[in-house]
Design a protein around this ligand. Structure first.
Ligand code: UFG
Length: 330
């Protein structure tokens, strides 16, 4: 029996594929390589290059592979881009989920673990955010993922497809040996951008907004290591395989770091100066996002190994130092 990982050549997907292979799972990967990288896929996994929205292609994959569970990462995830081009997000993310569920239903595959996001909550009503809190996204990316959660809810009732939605907060870091890591083009995320400044590939960091209602005025986010996220997917697969009900879990550290604190931690982790300047707010950014992950700890038995943001940044720095041009570095 095989775990099928959609988007397994991407950042979080490739780390999860690696953990699955190392955990003894048989793994197949689907990725259209629009943002993913062939080199990121553990060679023990079988890679099918194609698009989740292409039902004929997906039928060939489900025919060849004896799929027992699906882990679905294949999505666009850049908040500012989603503000400029919302239809791109509803097409790839939300419509992609509909096509996928149709094919899963045809083949009788009943379990799916899916990447949701803190962005489904929007501007939180309370901190830390609980799974039962209102989900009112402030950007189309979060809206596209919330729609995916709702589609899954109704598909569970109608077709018996069980799901776990994992609502990630801010993922960071890389496999500590530096063999796989984060490589987006263009890069938009805070920690890799800071590390590109440390590498000398950018002149300076621009910090988007210093007038938020936070202690230092910059946005506060909750960072979780990519390998801890990968572990949570494996626990969620086990949870579904044991016959449990569909569920949603926050994945974060319950600790918030402001953008200025992250800059400081990166200066410590790299020993570099890292020039930075203040810049205007970025549209769609909530002020503070911090997760309560008690539910994932209690029900899934999730125990994150990384609780130190400097160590998390340190693993990303190892990747950046060994791969200054990402996967094209030789
Ligand atoms: N930021 C800067 N300068 C930059 C880049 C980012 O100041 O050059 C700031 C952002 O404004 C924000 C913080 O750094 O305040 C984090 O921004 P990221 O783009 O790294 O991450 P986001 O919080 O916007 O979004 C990430 C994922 C989303 C996910 C969200 C949930 O990209 O998919 O976390 O918290 F939904």
């Amino acid at each position: 029996m095989t775990v099928l990982v959609l988007g397994g050549a991407g950042y979080i997907g490739s780390h999860t594929v690696d953990q699955l292979v190392n955990g003894g799972y048989d793994v197949a990967v689907v990725d259209n390589l629009v943002t993913g990288h062939t080199e990121a896929v553990n060679p023990a996994a079988r890679l099918y290059v194609g698009d989740v929205r292409d039902k004929e292609f997906m039928r060939t994959v489900f025919t060849k592979e004896n799929v027992e569970g699906v882990v679905h990462f294949a999505a666009f995830s850049v908040v500012p881009e989603s503000m400029q081009d919302p239809l791109k997000y509803f097409d790839n993310n939300t419509a992609g989920m509909i096509h996928l569920l149709e094919v899963m239903n045809e083949f009788g595959v009943k379990n799916i673990v899916f990447s949701s996001t803190a962005a489904t909550y929007g501007e939180p009503k309370q901190i830390p955010i609980k799974e039962t809190d209102p989900q009112i996204p402030t950007n189309p990316y979060g809206e596209s993922k919330l729609a995916m959660e709702k589609i899954m809810h109704w598909s569970d009732l109608a077709y018996g497809i069980k799901f776990v939605a994992l609502r990630y907060f801010n993922v960071a870091g890389a496999k500590p040996d530096g063999s796989i890591g984060e490589d987006h083009n263009p890069e938009t995320h805070l920690i890799p951008i800071i590390l590109q400044v440390a590498e000398g590939k950018r002149d300076k960091l621009q910090i988007f907004g210093d007038d938020y209602p936070t202690p230092d005025g910059t946005n506060v986010r909750d960072y979780v290591h990519v390998l801890d996220l990968a572990d949570a997917h494996i626990l969620a697969l086990k949870y579904l395989a044991a016959g449990n009900e569909s569920n949603a879990f926050n994945l974060g550290s319950a600790t918030g770091f402001s953008n200025l604190q992250i800059l400081d931690a990166a200066r410590q982790a790299t020993g570099k100066e890292i020039p930075a300047e203040m810049a205007p707010r970025r549209p769609g950014d909530p002020s503070t996002l911090i997760a309560s992950s008690d539910k994932a700890r209690e029900i899934l038995g999730w125990k994150p190994n990384y609780d130190d943001v400097e160590k998390i940044i340190g693993t990303a720095w190892t990747w950046h130092e060994t791969h200054p041009d990402g996967y094209s570095s030789k």
